[in-house]
Design a protein around this ligand. Sequence first.
Ligand SMILES: [Fe+2]
Length: 283
Amino acid sequence: MVEIPEPATFINLARYPIHDPGDDATRALIERCRGELESQAFTVLDDFLTHEAVARFWDESMALSDLTVRREKTRSAYLDTPDEEDTSWPQGHPRRQFFHTSWGVVADDLIPDSHGLRMLYAWEGLTAFFSEVLQVRPLYRHADRFQALNINVLTPGDEQAWHFDDMDFVVLLYLTTPEAGGELECASLVRNDDDPCYDKVARAFDGTYAQLHRRPSVAGTLTIMRGNHSVHRVYPVEGETPRLTAVLAYDRVPDKYEGDAINIQMYGERVREKIEAGFNKPE
Ligand SMILES: [Fe+2]
């Protein structure tokens, strides 16, 4: 029997025995995830967390809700702002379409060590699993003390508009199930490194692209996504329940830090003081 470390007990190990990399079910799971990432740019593991973990993470995350920083932006799918509009593209071109996005975020440094999510994120076995799935070896947890583990909070009315990610993969754990809305829609592999494929991006926007996937946000679900070639969005959240998502950041290098200015812009003025006091510097 392989020993089960405490953070692994948050995971539905009967279905996803990732604490045991040698288990046939784990090998098969890794193959499945790799295949889905290859064919559709994301993979979804339903019921990845146990019901107990979902309940615990909800309580612990709601206790942090006063610390949420609200953010709002109008930007293109390429993250340009309207004042950066390039009018050399024709009217209506994907480069010239701007969308509204609003959400909240709880920064890593505000999530205590006692939070179950923190324990889960810190568990080497989870990083090792993602390393295998993503075939990034070694894979490191993000070193930045503001960015590494975040909780994204979409309150009713919030949405994340069409965009491409600038990082090549992201790991999401849904913590709540909104009453309605909040689905992730992904236009899989709409572009590639050699071709921006604007015609396909336009079809994604108008709903006629062939590989459009729309998945509900259900508490306990793990999603791994390669969002740099697949334009995606989150539908407006409806009802009473906020859409809480843990965003687990990883990198190919052990010492990746974001710029101070970016962190202050993302997480608010309160982080300036911490940075000036030497927090979030390489050891
Ligand atoms: Fe994204």
